[in-house]
Every structure is written in C-alpha cells, then in structure tokens.
Design a protein around this ligand. Structure first.
Ligand SMILES: [Zn+2]
Length: 252
C-alpha cells in the first residue's frame, strides 16, 4: 500500500512538473484568459538558421490566442495560419522577433548586461510594494517568463496587465507603470526613458505619441520585447540604442 502511495506520489510529482513547467497557474486570470485554448502541436519542423538548430512547432490556431512564442532556447511556436503565409514579409518579421527571444533564452546574462546599459533590470519576482490587484493582473508571456518584472532606473516598473478581470483576453492588455518611489501608478515614463519620452501605455489607449509611433514599437513593457521589436526591423526604428546593432550581431 505504501509503495502504491509512493508510486502515486511520484506520478503526481511528474504530472506536476510536466504540466506546471513555466505555464500559468490554474485559477488565475492567466488561466481564465486561456480557457478553450488548445496547444496541440500539429507539425514539428527542424531548421538550421545561421548555423543554429531551431525547431518550429506549428500550433492549433487557438494556442496563446494565435500569438507566436518561444518555449525553450530552440523552439518557436507559430499558429497554423501564419505558417501558411511563411513567404510573407509579415512571417519573416515575426520570425526575426522570435529568433531574438531564442537568443535571450540562450545567453540570459549577456542580455541582462545589455539591458543595464539601457537602465533596466529584470527579475523573477514582483518588487515589494506593488499592489496585489496589479500583480494578479499581469499577463503571463512565455517570452519574458524567466524574469517578467522590468524596472527602469530602479524606480519605474512596467508590466502588461489584463484590462478586464471578468473576461481577461491575451490580446487585451494595458501597460501599467508603477513608480516605486512615489508608491503609485503613473501615466508616463520619465523623460530619460529612451523610447519616445512618452508612455508605453499610450499605445494601448490609441493616443500614440509621435515618437513612440515613429519608433514602430508595439510591445514596450519589457526589454525582452523592446529588443525583439527593434531587432526584428532595425531599419524601421527611429530610435535604436547605441551599440545594440553590434550586440545583436555578436549574439546571432
Ligand atoms: Zn515577443
């Protein structure tokens, strides 16, 4: 009997490890936002890009609301519909974006050093003092899951939060900026924020500040996303920090 219990316990641990590996916790807004989604892999395609092994997983359309993402240092998941358009410029840009997320997963320390130069630190846990109603609303994003909390100048915390708590949707978020020094939510990033002297949340309100609009950045809440957006289309950015092109070349 004890052996049976031990076996069940062991099985439980295995099931826990398999199903909880960097995935949203059940009973959370993250889980609610992913209800009725199926992350079945329809096709697995190994590739070599710039001498590196990459695995493409072609997914059910519902997985992560059809948003491409990475799951480990070698695997990119694409929704089936985007894969069908793999000759398009849109696909190529998405591929470059996701390739940068793979590089971030492969050399986490190098990227953190780079972010320091931009004034950012990133970390696994929420900084002290952030209210629970913000912490709970933060959208789980597999591409930043190693350290989802981004802090600019040791003071300004930016996270993408679900707009609705009754009907959270992965594609409907707002960027919340929390000022650790003032201990409250603020509307705009400080003048020293390099990407447009405006609020990243302005994009969500569709009042896009000219500088942010010009930069072409869509996801400004985290340096993993800022760098992936910039790196995906270096020619189309009004602001790319000094040295980033060289850094990217070294990582690629
Ligand atoms: Zn991304």
């Amino acid at each position: 009997m004890l052996y049976e219990l031990a076996a069940i316990g062991f099985l439980g641990i295995v099931v826990y490890l398999v199903f909880n590996r960097a995935t949203p916790r059940s009973g959370t807004f993250d889980a609610l936002a992913r209800r009725n989604q199926f992350c079945n892999v329809l096709e697995t395609i190994p590739y070599t890009i710039s001498g590196k092994e990459v695995i493409f997983e072609i997914m059910d359309e519902s997985c992560e609301s059809g948003m491409p993402h990475t799951t480990n240092p070698t695997t990119i998941r694409f929704p089936h519909s985007l894969w069908k358009q793999r000759d398009s410029d849109r696909f190529k840009q998405v591929l470059r974006h996701e390739m940068i997320h793979l590089l971030q997963r492969r050399s986490p320390t190098a990227w953190r050093v780079q972010y320091k130069r931009w004034g950012y630190t990133i970390q696994k846990d929420a900084p002290a003092g952030i209210p629970r109603n913000i912490v709970e609303r933060v959208r789980y994003n597999p591409d930043i899951a190693d350290a989802p909390w981004a802090i600019f100048e040791d003071r300004y915390v930016t996270v993408a939060c679900y707009k609705s708590v009754t009907n959270p949707q992965l594609r409907e978020t707002e960027i919340v900026i929390w000022d650790l020094e003032l201990g409250k939510q603020i509307e705009k990033m400080p003048e020293s924020w390099p990407w447009g002297q405006s609020s990243p949340s302005a994009q969500q309100r569709e009042k896009v500040a000219p500088a942010v609009k010009k930069s072409g950045l869509h996801q400004a809440e985290h340096p993993h996303e800022l760098s992936a957006e910039m790196g995906a289309d270096l020619s189309n950015q009004s602001y790319v920090p000094e040295g980033f092109r060289e850094f990217l070349k070294m990582q690629s």
